[in-house]
Design a protein around this ligand. Sequence first.
Ligand SMILES: [Zn+2]
Length: 277
Amino acid sequence: MLTQVAEGVLVHQSEFCQSNAVVVQGRAGVLLIDAGIYDSEMACLANDLSESGQIVVAGFSTHPHWDHVLWHARLGSAPRYGTARCAATIRDRLSGPHWKDSIAGWIPPDIAEQISWDLFGLITGLPAEMARIPWDGPQVRIVEHQAHAPGHAALLIEERGVLVAGDMLSDVLIPMLDLNGTADPIEDYLAALRLLEGAAGDVDVLVPGHGSIGGADQVHARIDQDRAYVHALRDTHVPSDPRVGPSAKSGWEWVSGVHEGQLQRLAQRSERDGTPG
Ligand SMILES: [Zn+2]
């Protein structure tokens, strides 16, 4: 089911981790951001679009994690964009002979079997200097940063007052740092929050990659909440964060495990690098 969140901007939410696919209406068709997870859900989205006479003219993936680079044949063969770093990262992953096995290692089999991998990760990288998605519709500004995943981009649809945040600013998921190979994941995350804070002045609607849609009051509240969490991680304080511990929403209890894992990996890093935690 498509729900309108702003003029010409609609959201299709998945059963899997409240993943939000975003549809932006343009002149000749729609832009589809982070298309969805389950095959049946993307087929449903394709149906909803074709019933209202709309075709997908462009896709965009906010970052190169598996749940953001899926596609369904019925959505058509429009170009599917991402940042150059996003495209390079997924291309690299797909070039290995055993990429399906490695995905199967971290997706439960009952979920993996509801997903079609045929069109997985076919992302066209946009040159770094391209500040907007090339398409015939409302201008969509690409706000690239290095938090959470390489080449992660938030999208700002200024004319509609919408910020599509990717995997940040969620009411259910804590900041998940990119701890693979980046020199300073804490500072990368804080820098990304500053960037979003600077970009999101006039935003009325916040669409996170997972979780509830937020109104204008939520934009800065969630930036502050994410920043407080990252500060707590950095200073190894126990975060007073509603997404972690007994206050986590039902179905999201596993997020506390993610938090514990991040603490451990950061401690290992500081031991290895000889830097204070
Ligand atoms: Zn995600």
